[in-house]
Design a protein. Structure first.
Lengths: 222, 518
């Protein structure tokens, strides 16, 4: 593939662009010939004979050279096919556009993050714990603790536990001893406490700068 | 026009089990002959046997287990047989019993198997789109193949999931694409021969009106996306076909395609006989969030600001509800149906104005809704009795990243979902106000909606409950835990004096009715 890239840049890049996205000549990532090609069987004849009608000269290349160019072009197509994802190895420097001091001020001030969190307590070293892109997502909405719930039965008896399920019709919990219970919602009172409620509310409040500042601050807690 | 319908009716009467084309022009009672039940896209059944007084006693008649991927299709029901699909598969089952009549399997050569919406019917023939972008005509008697044509080249990234729409002797068929930068189009296919009658590309030809909404230089317009992956609607009085068009490509990277990018993210009106464009309206000019405008363009005649008008309404993926005049595309109303954060206002043509600060960026932009949309393919419904437009809405927050360096290819970025929940909303079509809403739970709901003249709205929540609500106030009338997620849209039909409601959960199709009298 590297050999193919070098060869492509030397022989083809001037017209098709060094990255094959087109210049004087068409974008090859979007080309039917390239997308139908297997190991140079479609593009080989075009490279060798050229396309006189479109002003493309022929290039006398070996089988091996054509296979290398084909490998390079297929890797470019694959990169386009994979362009719909943001992976965990997303580079830190792209994300690090905020101001850590402003992030600290938001954390301790307007964001009211210190209501639940501490930079020296639960969040100490948080910048080491997750890949940067994962940390940014988790700042916005963490994969946090489940809500707790207290269910009041018609008798007045109360049962508390971790919320196991809640929909319009049913409430279910796991009690402290690990047992599961469920009730029709129409027959009991269910008081749910969700520790992530403040995160949800902030989604409606954040300016993007707040998010980038917060990220710069928390990423720096190593 | 009337004479043509009459001739078709005569021709098909000999085939007792086939579809009489006149059924396409009637409200769906004993027949559900097309994806949305009728041409209007209202998903409103005129049946009243199941109503708000008795819906609480609905009972299971049968369940059909497809043993396959999730059913996202709406079955057709014609002369007692249901026809439904998943990618590569079509079933005919007995609408009274759920017993299989036949099953057809297609061997696709690659292609995207993301989902399938269902078949179309013409006389005794079915029309089925495939993951490798073919259109197959099947004999409805036994599922045997009559012909199989290629719509577009699967190797370039085309596929098809949609249920075609039959208008007279036109099988109107759309295509999908996702990652690759290919142009979208709509085809009209001859139902007998499989020959193409016309093709309408969703981008203008160079030099035509609309071409000025793309860069003059380069290949942006000819590779600009704009897929046609949901079934459109039709107004027989105006002889206009309405279609929602998908997002532009590269999906999140807009720098290489400056301009509004017509006719991506647009609602268009075409002449179904010629494929000629009558008008267009663009819910998302120059989209960079994957908010295609393919959601059903629902057409109805109703009062608007004191005058009876021909209307078209769409709850669009970008979070805005639009009402247009269906005769000319003029915007009458634009109103958000969720709390969006990406627009600074509405322009003089009724289009939301995007804030550049909410474009995808390398360090991330927090946008509501995310790319999955404030709604999506699941059917909305318009109930002429309540005057309400119902939509399965989602409040989705998502962080949008731009990853493209140099000339973007494909998506050029992606959003990461942060948080979502779902709500069924009843919108007053004259004001855009939300008359009532019914929470459906955490996550992204994908169940469609049907309303009935019995005053009942059918849908499902995000916890596997199929539900009947009172269409006037959203009160729950009935529910059943179906043990799976509903990804298709409810439909209804009456046979032997009994009204059935059919909905899927995961890969199981359920039929509900009132208890039999013994």
């Amino acid at each position: 593939m590297d050999r193919g890239q070098k060869l492509f840049v030397q022989s083809c890049g001037f017209c098709h662009g060094n990255d094959a996205t087109g210049s004087r000549a068409p974008d090859l990532i979007r080309s039917a010939s390239v997308n139908h090609d297997e190991n140079g069987n479609t593009i080989g004849p075009i490279i060798r004979s050229g396309r006189a009608d479109k002003g493309m000269p022929g290039f006398p290349m070996s089988e091996a050279q054509i296979a290398d160019i084909a490998a390079f072009l297929h890797s470019r197509v694959l990169a386009a096919l994979n362009s719909a994802s943001v992976e965990d190895d997303y580079p830190l420097d792209k994300l690090l556009t905020g101001n850590a001091a402003a992030g600290k001020a938001f954390f301790e001030g307007a964001g009211r993050c210190t209501t639940c969190h501490s930079a020296t307590g639960d969040l100490a070293g948080i910048g080491r714990k997750y890949p940067p892109i994962e940390l940014q997502s988790r700042i916005l909405y963490p994969d946090g603790p489940r809500p707790s719930v207290t269910v009041t039965l018609p008798s007045g008896k109360q049962i508390a536990g971790t919320l196991a399920h809640l929909d319009e019709f049913t409430v279910a919990l796991r009690d402290d001893s690990g047992w599961y219970h469920s009730w029709p919602r129409a027959q009991v009172e269910a008081a749910v406490k969700d520790p992530l409620e403040a995160h949800r509310k902030l989604l409606y409040v954040y300016a993007d700068a707040n998010i980038h500042d917060l990220f710069a601050y928390l990423e720096g807690l190593k | 026009m009337k004479r043509v319908y009459f001739a078709f009716a005569l021709a098909t009467m000999a085939h007792a089990q086939g579809l009489n084309p006149a059924a396409l022009l009637r409200p769906p009672t004993d027949t559900w002959p097309t994806y949305n039940g009728d041409y209007s896209g209202r998903r409103f059944s005129p049946l009243t046997q199941i109503n708000r007084q008795n819906a609480g006693s609905l009972t299971l008649v049968w369940a059909y287990q497809a043993h396959n991927v999730a059913i996202k299709s709406t079955p057709l029901e014609v002369n007692g047989i249901l026809y439904f699909t998943v990618p590569d598969n079509v079933w005919a089952i007995d609408a009274r019993t759920g017993r299989q009549v036949w099953h057809y399997h297609y061997e696709s050569k690659g292609g995207d198997h993301i989902g399938h919406r269902g078949v179309a019917m013409y006389g005794e023939w079915l029309y089925f789109t495939t993951p490798d972008c073919h259109l197959v005509s099947l004999n409805a008697r036994d599922g045997s193949v009559r012909w199989d044509i290629e719509l577009a080249d699967v190797k370039l990234g085309y596929f098809s999931t949609m249920a075609p729409l039959v208008i007279r002797n036109h099988v109107i068929t759309g295509v999908s694409g996702d990652v690759t930068d290919i142009p979208g189009f709509l085809d009209s296919i001859d139902p007998e021969t499989g020959k193409r009658q016309w093709r309408w590309y969703t981008r203008p030809n160079p030099g035509d009106p609309g071409a000025e909404t793309w860069p003059k230089e380069g290949d942006a317009m000819s590779h600009g996306g704009g897929m046609t992956w949901m079934t459109g609607t039709y107004d027989p009085d105006l002889n206009l076909l309405y279609w929602g068009i998908g997002n532009p490509n590269p999906v999140l990277a807009g720098a290489g395609r400056l301009g509004d990018n017509l006719y991506t993210c647009s609602i268009v009106a075409l002449n179904p006989d010629t494929g000629k464009l009558a008008w267009s309206f663009q819910p998302s000019p120059h989209d960079v969030h994957d908010w295609d405008a393919v959601q059903t363009p629902v057409v109805f005649d109703a009062e608007f600001q004191g005058a009876r008008r021909k209307l078209l309404a769409q709850a669009s993926r970008n979070g805005y509800f639009f009402v247009l005049e269906s005769t000319n595309g003029k915007n009458l109303l634009t109103k958000p149906f969720i709390e969006t954060n990406w627009a600074s206002g509405i322009d003089e043509r009724g289009r939301p104005v995007a804030k550049p600060s909410k474009d995808p960026s390398p360090d991330g932009s927090l946008v509501e809704p995310g790319s999955d949309g404030a709604t999506n393919w699941m059917s909305p419904s318009f109930d002429p009795q309540t005057g309400l437009f119902y939509v399965s809405a989602r409040r989705i927050f998502s962080e949008f990243y731009l990853t493209a360096v140099g000339k973007a290819e494909g998506w050029g970025g992606r959003d990461r979902n942060i948080w979502a929940n779902s709500v069924l909303e009843a919108i007053d079509y004259q004001t855009g106000e939300i008359r009532w809403w019914h929470e459906l739970g955490l996550g992204e709901g994908v169940a469609g909606i049907m309303t009935t003249a019995g005053g009942v709205l059918f849908t499902a929540d995000n916890s596997g409950n199929l539900m009947a609500l009172d269409a006037s106030d959203g009160r729950t009338l009935w529910h059943a835990g179906a043990g799976g997620r509903t990804e298709n849209c409810p439909m209804s039909y009456e046979l032997d004096g009994r009204q059935y409601v059919v909905m899927a959960a995961n890969d199981v199709l359920f039929a509900w009715a009132l208890p039999e009298k013994h």
